[in-house]
Design a protein around this ligand. Sequence first.
Ligand code: DSN
Length: 426
Amino acid sequence: MQRDTQVFELIGKELERQRSGIELIASENFTSLQSIQAMGSVLTNKYAEGYPGHRYYAGCEIVDQVEQLAIDRLKQIFDIEYANVQPHSGAQANAAVHLALLQPGDKILGLDLSMGGHLTHGSPVNYSGRLYDAHFYGVKKETGYVDYEQMEAQAQKIQPKVIICGASAYSRDWDYKRIREIADSIGALVMADIAHPAGLIAKKLLNDPFDYCHIVTSTTHKTLRGPRGGVIMMRRDFENPFGQKDNKGNLKLMSSLLNLAVFPGIQGGPLEHVIAGKAVAFGEILTDEYTQYAKQMQANAQYLAKLLVNKDYNIISGGTDNHLVLIDLRNKNISGKKAEQALVKAEITCNKNMVPFDDKSAFVTSGVRLGVPAITSRGFVEKDMEFIVDSFDKIITHSEDESVIASVKSEVNNYMKNFPLYPELG
Ligand code: DSN
C-alpha cells in the first residue's frame, strides 16, 4: 500500500510544532513514546465489548490481560477498590457517572463554568445542563477560593442528588471532607472530577478525595501524562441509594451500575489500544521518576505564580497549590483572546480563559490559564520559569509589536532546542 504522505507530513509538522514551542495549556502533556507506541498498535483492530472475562466477542484473551493490567495499576496508584478504564474521555466518564446515578430532571450542584468549572458539571450547553436540573456554586470574589458557604446554602436550598467538585481552571486544593459533610447533611452523593490535579493527588501532593467522594473521575492525559482518555474510580464500592433494586430487593452496587453505564450505556467497544497506552502510563506513574516529576510540576507552578506576581500580574487566589495559574489580565489592558493570539505567534501556547466575575464573554475573556505539566515533562525546572515569565511579559506588554514578537519567538525556539522531545523519532 502506498504511504500516505499527506497525513504523515502533517504529523511531522505537528511534532515540529510541539518541539519548537513552549506548551502552557494546563490540560496538555507529552505522553511517553512507549505509551504512544501502545496506542499505535494492532490492539486497535480488536472489538471487545464488555469487560475482562465477560466479552461479547471471541478472541479477547490478550486484550483482557491488557485491560486488567490497566485496572490493576490504576487501583495501585490511588489505593482503590474499583476502576473502569474504558471511558474514551473525561467527558464520557462524567456522562457515565451521571447516567448511573441520575434520572433526567434530577438536581445536580457543580462549580460554575465561568468560575473555573467544567462543561460536564451542568453547563446549559452540555448534556449535563440539558438533561439534569443544574445549579451552581462559585468562588469568593475577595479570595478566589471556592465558596463553601455558598455551596452549603445552595445544597440546603436545592437538595441536589449529587454535588460535583473539581474544576478546569482552579489553582487551589479542595476541602473534600467539608464537601462530604455538606452532602451527608442532605443525603446527596459526592462526585469529584480530578482530571486536572490527578497526578499530584496520585503522589499525595494534594488532599486525597477518595475517602470522602463516593465516585471520582479523571482524564488520563493531563497531569497523569498518559494517552487521551478517561477513567472512573471508587475507593470503596457501595449500594447506590438512588438506584434500582435487584430481584431480591437489594440496592444494586455502584460498581455494577457504573460498568453498565459505560457499556452498554454510553459507549460500544472499548479502545483497547488506548487502554494499553493507559496501562503503560499507569506503570510509569508507579515509578520514582514520576514522583519526582509530580513534585517538580508543583514547584514549577508555584515559582511561576511568584514570578508573575512580582511583575504585577493578578493571579486568581494569589497563587497555586497545583499545576496551573489563572491570570486576570484586566490591569494589563489586554483581553485573554488578544493575549492568546499574540503569545501563539511567539510559539507560547496557552488558552484564553474566563476569570471569576468576568465581564467579557467566553470567546473574549479577561484571562489566560497557564499550566506546567507539559513543560515539566520537557525538563523545565524552577529557573526556566524565569525565561517563561520574561517572554510572556514581553508579549503581553508588546502584543501588537511584530518585531518584539518575532524576537521572542526566535528566543523561544532556541531555548527549546535544549529540551529534546521524542528524540527517537528523529
Ligand atoms: N478542555 C479541558 C481543559 O482544557 O481543561 C477540560 O476538558
